[in-house]
Ligand binder design. Sequence first.
Ligand SMILES: C[S@@+](CC[C@H](N)C(=O)[O-])C[C@H]1O[C@@H](n2cnc3c(N)ncnc32)[C@H](O)[C@@H]1O
Length: 436
Amino acid sequence: MVSSLESLRGSSRHGIGFSSSAEPHLASVTTSSTSYRALCRRDINMGHNHNTNNVDIIDIGGGRLKDSLRNMLIARMLDPTKQCVLPSALLSDDHGAMLWTKINRLPDYYQTRDEIALLEVHGKEIADVIPPDCLLIDIGCGDTRKVLPLLVHLDRIKKPVHYYGLDLSLPALQSTLSQLATHNFSHITLHGLWGTFDDAIHFVPTLSPPSTSSYPSPPSSPSCSPGSAPAPAQPPRWFLSLGSILGNDFPEPATKILSRWTALLRPDPTPTPANGPTTTTGDRILLGMDSTTSPTLLWASYHDPQNLFEQFMRNGLQHSNRVLGVNWYRPEDWDVVGVMSTKYVMHQFMFRAKRDVRCEAPGPGPGPGGVVKIEFPKGHEIDCYEAFKFGPEEMGEQFRGAGVREVGRWKAPGSSGIYEYLLCRDTTSQQVNGES
Ligand SMILES: C[S@@+](CC[C@H](N)C(=O)[O-])C[C@H]1O[C@@H](n2cnc3c(N)ncnc32)[C@H](O)[C@@H]1O
């Protein structure tokens, strides 16, 4: 891997950052949860784990993942008018998920270790404010090592919740939920959501747990007639964004992406006091973010002796070959470069072309004749894996812009810069910078 310290060309950048999703338009899912489930639910028997848990994984768009990924590539990596970005979703094929699991166990990769420590130390406090029957939607759940301490605390205090792990690789999701099921929780029901962040944003409003819940399924279309009884309450939803998923971009696009999720939060019936978390019945986002500023720590965490990060990045471009149906990417044509920004505290990887790379992928695409044109001149750069480090002040700006209020904050023990923020939207919150 080639490594260099350079300042970022922030002002010329148009692409949307890596870690969160702003996928192009996808085919919408049916709004009837019942018919959607009938079509898409895959009941996956986890019998091979020698327990009797059945964990259902709902296909919320995973079945058409290749098309979704192709659209993301065309919009964000292959549009010559924009700064090219490899969408993070390309990194997470089955092999990428396996590499990620190895990366987050590296000794210098403090991010995972410290966020787990935070959730071990403060998990009880957080579990206490999660309302019973809550839907915990873990966006980009990975191998679920982080959420585990929280689930253990919830189970210990006998609080019933439905846990939904959302991710892209079906085999990784199956294996991870199967692993989680071996904990034999008595009060946590496990589910999987297979699809993209965009799929989840469309799907979540229709999501309700199976009929065991005291909450009814949402209606397939809104109905309102004068004098009718008020609609029964839906279960509260908590979105978990562990591992700096939301908030991890230049402030403006980060706020826009966050807004797409905060728009899903139903405002609290009564405003939540500003002086810390209280037991609540409302929707929340629990957002983990790193604010570490030490260049030495950051560099060591992304530049491991085994070059796992480089393998992870390169695997993303290999994956793009399969998605686009052409071997446009050849490893020998590209360097992988590590870069630290000076404008923001941020580390990113980029690919740099060692020669002109030009080819065409079969359509459908926006090029002449419906093909996808791939044209990268020598020296061209593709951004990949941006890791911004923002503290409470910068995050506060994003929260205000996305129309949410911070009602809780926890810091990882020791000198770690990892925080967990608890966010709510109440009737007094205003969305000033959101897309929706
Ligand atoms: C940085 S990892 C964090 C994993 C886990 N939450 C943790 O903290 O260890 C990001 C996760 O989000 C998933 N992911 C990335 N882009 C996604 C997308 N567009 N839709 C759904 N999941 C995505 C990846 O597969 C990966 O598991």
